[in-house]
Design a protein around this ligand. Sequence first.
Ligand code: SF4
Ligand code: SF4
Length: 433
Amino acid sequence: MSKKPEDIFNFTATSDDCIKCGKCIPVCTIHQVHPDETTSPRGFIELLGAYQQGHLELDKNAKDIFESCFLCTNCVDVCPNSLATDMVIEEVRADIADKFGIAWFKKGFFFLLRNRKIMDFVMKFGYMFKTCALANDPQDRGLKARFSLPMIKKGRLLPSMVKTSFLNSYPEEILAKNQEAKPQRIALFIGCLANYNYTGIGDSLVEVLAKLNIDVFIPKKQLCCSAPAYFTGDMSSVEYMTKKNIAYFESFMDDCDAMLIPEATCSAMMTHDWAVFFKNHDMADWEARAKKVSQKMHMATAWLDDNTPLQAMLKEKGKRFDTAVTYHDPCHAKKVQGIYKQPRNLLSANYPMVEMSDSDRCCGFGGVTMQTEKFHFAQLAGMPKATMIEETKATYVSAECSACRMQLSEALNHAEVETIFKNPIELIAEGLK
Ligand code: SF4
Ligand code: SF4
């Protein structure tokens, strides 16, 4: 919440502002799994200052260090000077990408994110042939790699795959039953993992909005929010997808009451980082446009709890389950957007809630590089979360973020913990059935 976007390119100023107090070090996700001063917020900032002053070469060693940050923002939260370590790291990754290029598989992935139709085709093809390389997880939490693939170890749990994406499963307009009540009109932004892998999230959101008698508009030409490219330093992909999305959203946003996003990372990217990106790349007109469209964007649980009678409806008419839920706070929800009460308010109407020992601790997803080339760090960061989830004895772990879902499902699979991950919207929709 307390970032300083104006400082992003001034690595030296950020370094000068660091009072070396070390408050950030105990909470730093990479430092917890790789305890070294160079892989800590204070160390990153020091090295960035040295790099900008010409005292540090951006060599492979420096690349390795700057790519080890999880971008979790834990450090920003505790820093007395609110230094935006995550954002200066994001910017130096653009320099790294310029100098070293982007690995072929990441380039291919970002190309698919930019081209929805080709991505649709590739995912359909992948679904048809998934059994060649992937096996069903007995608990239906995802798919297990049958053998080691490039960047993916045998036995690793990957997201499930579907025959038809969420966006291709619904008409563009779904009208509420009672039109005489003059329903609100809500646009949905679905996010790539929920579009291609965890489609139950979108299905559930459509069901919940129908129960609330709200018109649903599903914008079919939406592209990825661009977070995966942003975290990797592929700024040309960020610029392309962001501008396409903004121009498209402007064409219908005035006719909608809100745009709901059931994903913390997409929501943080769209409501916060889009404007920062344009500001720091001297595109003031696009910055203003990003700010304008983002005024109507909201994380789904936050908007539903703040603006609809959903909580009362769940309490009055919803089912009572005895299956306990523990809620993990995605970094991009609580630390970046201040959202943590609303999902708990809604879930507690139908489920017994049990808090894990440290719901704020980062799950360890970390982005595309962390999930591939640096997966050993993601795995180490996920282990304490799997343990604290197991200790709650909850049936479900929930978080409004599919990146957390992918990471925590794998961590639970690795630790042989049986807890199932569900997005809160899926659990809420169950309560209303
Ligand atoms: S963003 Fe997270 S991993 Fe990166 S320096 Fe800050 S606390 Fe450490
Ligand atoms: S908390 Fe902030 S000021 Fe203190 S060492 Fe970390 S980055 Fe520097």
